[in-house]
Design a protein around this ligand. Structure first.
Ligand code: ZN
Length: 210
């Protein structure tokens, strides 16, 4: 079977930036499964995997426009400190916020006496990404997986419930639980705390080992 729409694909991958620095890798937590054609992973990588079979390896180079987008100054905003109420405000803190561009992860870049500077760019925005990928499995998706828009498997995303799905309804539109938000489009790459606040992964978190 080859990678095409409505298949669940298991991949091992190493993600590098332009300078060859390793940004993310599946090594240590096993292959990542995703549902092909459901925007579980970034579009450029999904296109690069189309038509491959289990055992195939490939290097996929993805420009920013097919990865996390160009870096945009419009996503930088200054927010008065009093808007944070009692919450601590420190450089490097991340949180989810509903912005006029939808739900985004914001990072505090700078804090002064009066204001915090928030950056809504993805940390990989503006970067050309190189994925060394190996396809380890390809199978037809189950109907429930197609309905949910993501794979179901014990130990994988939303696993540990007898192969069912611990996901709550009304998840984000980016492929649901453990979606493609974090670095490298990997499963469960967001901080667990942020996931749990969103009610994303149901009981026992998202089943990831890290
Ligand atoms: Zn599900």
């Amino acid at each position: 079977m080859r990678v095409t729409k409505e298949t669940v694909v298991g991949i091992e991958y190493t993600l590098k930036d332009e300078k060859g620095n390793v940004l993310d890798s599946s090594s240590g937590h096993g292959p990542m499964e995703y549902l092909h054609g459901a925007s579980n992973i970034i579009p450029g990588l999904e296109q690069g995997l189309e038509g491959l079979a289990a055992g195939d390896a490939k290097t996929v180079v993805v420009p920013p426009e097919h990865a996390y987008g160009e870096y945009s100054d419009k996503l930088i905003q200054r927010v008065p400190l009093d808007r944070f109420g009692e919450n601590k405000v420190e450089v490097g803190m991340r949180f989810h916020a509903d912005t006029n561009l939808g739900m985004r992860v914001l990072v505090i870049r700078h804090v002064d006496d009066k204001e915090a500077v928030l950056d809504g760019n993805h940390e990989l925005a503006g970067k050309t990404l190189t994925f060394d990928v190996k396809v380890v499995s390809v199978r037809a998706a189950e109907l429930t997986e197609l309905a949910h828009g993501h794979p179901h498997q014990a130990g994988g995303c939303c696993g540990g419930n007898g192969g069912g799905c611990g996901c709550s309804e009304g998840e984000g539109s980016e492929g649901g639980c453990c979606s493609s938000e974090g670095s490298g489009g990997g499963c469960c790459s967001e901080e667990p705390a942020a996931q749990e606040k969103q009610g994303g992964c149901g009981s026992g978190g998202c089943g990831c080992s890290h």
